[in-house]
Design a protein around this ligand. Structure first.
Ligand code: HEC
Length: 273
């Protein structure tokens, strides 16, 4: 969510009025008065009642980014609460109201109805507020990615390099799929450039894991490594999966893409050794 400093104040207000108009009932305003509670007890309750959906330290549930790709009629994903933007805009009273009333039509139910006392709810609110003073959970941090593309020079000719990549792929527990030219399907077969090819490969368990976390991962699967010969020099290259993961805002996917980056790098290094 970027800042919209380029919009004039009246333009921003116009957008706010438009969004407000979606709500049929009167707008609710919440007190800005801080709520006093016992954050230590709140943490225990959070672990018991909230962590399953919102993450152990409020970093967001499994599949935080999934909502973007799913049809709207599927259950809503629990958002990250350990999130500076959320904490800055939500008052204690608003968080408390969410806990007391729940959000109708979503998996976020009323915890008053689930039997929590108001005092317990105040304790949880204090704990959620205390996220402001804690560093972001390691797993929820945006990945710092150095290079969007992984490239290695090959000392071999194109044909040998392709064979090496295939071999390295199976050495690293992937199935070799196929090799095809970069411009396959974009031109007639006789015009394809045989000096630029892609090796496709796959690992079913990795595939299932990735798709289970976020179906949009399908966009960058199966795994692929491109081998290019240019002026007699051969290079192997692939997109850095960690760069793709950044688009999804999903800590589990970050971990998986980190693993994939390691596998890609190993395969490329083995093939060019
Ligand atoms: C079954 C899963 C589930 C559980 C358990 C759950 N939540 Fe939620 N929570 C959600 C979902 C889904 C939303 C988003 C609802 C929506 O779209 O309005 C949400 C929304 C919220 C919001 C509003 C966030 C915002 O951006 O407006 C707060 C605050 C919150 N939950 C706190 C809690 C706390 C604290 C607990 C434990 C007492 C808890 N939730 C338990 C699923 C859950």
């Amino acid at each position: 969510m970027p800042a919209f400093g380029n919009l004039k104040p009246d333009e921003i207000e116009a957008i706010v009025s438009y969004v407000r108009a979606w709500n049929k009932g009167p707008a609710v305003t919440y007190s800005t008065q801080p709520i006093q509670g016992n954050a230590v007890h709140g943490k225990q309750l959070f672990t018991q009642y909230c962590a399953a959906c919102h993450g152990a330290s409020g970093e967001g549930g499994r599949g935080t980014g999934v909502t973007f790709s799913r049809p709207r009629d599927l259950p809503v994903m629990a958002p990250a609460l350990h999130n500076p933007g959320f904490l800055a805009s939500a008052t204690d009273a608003m968080i408390k109201a969410t806990l007391m009333q729940g959000r109708e039509g979503t998996p976020m139910v009323s915890f008053s109805k689930r039997g929590l006392q108001e005092r317990d709810i105040n304790d949880i609110v204090s704990y959620v507020r205390s996220f402001e003073k804690q560093p972001l959970a390691e797993s929820a941090k945006l990945l710092q990615v150095e290079n969007p593309v992984i490239v290695r020079d090959s000392p071999y000719d194109l044909k040998t390099t392709v064979e090496n990549v295939k071999q390295a792929v199976s050495n690293n527990n992937f199935f070799y799929g196929r090799v095809q030219t970069l411009d396959y399907g974009l031109t007639t077969p006789d015009k394809e450039n045989p000096r630029q090819v892609i090796v496709y490969f796959c690992n079913i368990s990795l595939l299932n894991q990735a798709l289970g976390i976020d179906p949009r991962v399908g966009m960058f699967l199966p795994c692929r490594i491109t081998i290019v010969e240019h002026h007699g020099k051969v290079q192997v290259m692939s997109v850095n999966p960690e760069v793709l993961s950044k688009l999804f805002n999903n800590s589990e996917l970050n971990r998986l893409c980190g693993q994939m980056r390691k596998s890609y790098t190993t395969i490329m290094e083995e093939a060019t050794l």
